[in-house]
Design a protein around this ligand. Structure first.
Ligand SMILES: Nc1ncnc2c1ncn2[C@@H]1O[C@H](COP(=O)(O)OP(=O)(O)OP(=O)(O)O)[C@@H](O)[C@H]1O
Ligand SMILES: [Mg+2]
Length: 113
């Protein structure tokens, strides 16, 4: 089992979620986050002066899937979250030791989808 954590643009969330659903992957957790990548925020220069944004808003998406679905999920996220410009986001893949469905007590893959 792996947890796929993707930090994506807010505007791409709907399309990523629809594509995951179309692929039969419904469970997902999302939350609003603020962060910065390697550019370290952005600087806006106006006639009146300079505004610095240290942290920019994105959405974090978490999906836990069996190992054999990892590539599929990553491909879907890339396809629907990529605009081809800095700030498109990032994907992290993290091992998950166990999952438990609280209602039934099912464990492992049976608890996931
Ligand atoms: N190494 C990291 N650790 C934690 N969070 C990260 C990391 N890299 C990116 N993020 C998060 O992802 C968001 C989007 O990152 P971003 O797409 O700007 O990455 P990048 O490495 O700067 O690539 P790019 O050059 O395409 O902009 C950041 O605002 C931050 O919240
Ligand atoms: Mg960046």
């Amino acid at each position: 089992m792996k947890k796929i954590e993707a930090i994506i643009r807010e505007k791409t969330l709907e399309s990523v979620m629809k594509a995951l659903k179309d692929a039969g992957i419904n469970p997902i957790t999302t939350y609003s986050v603020r962060g910065r990548g390697r550019q370290g925020g952005i600087v806006h220069r106006w006639a009146e002066g300079v505004e610095v944004y240290e942290l920019l808003p994105h959405v974090k998406v978490e999906v836990v899937v069996p190992d054999e679905l990892v590539d599929k999920v990553v491909d879907i996220i890339i396809k629907h979250a990529r605009r081809g410009v800095p700030g498109d986001g990032k994907i992290f893949i993290i091992p998950v030791e166990e999952a438990v469905r609280i209602r039934t007590g099912e464990r492992g893959h049976a608890a996931l989808m």
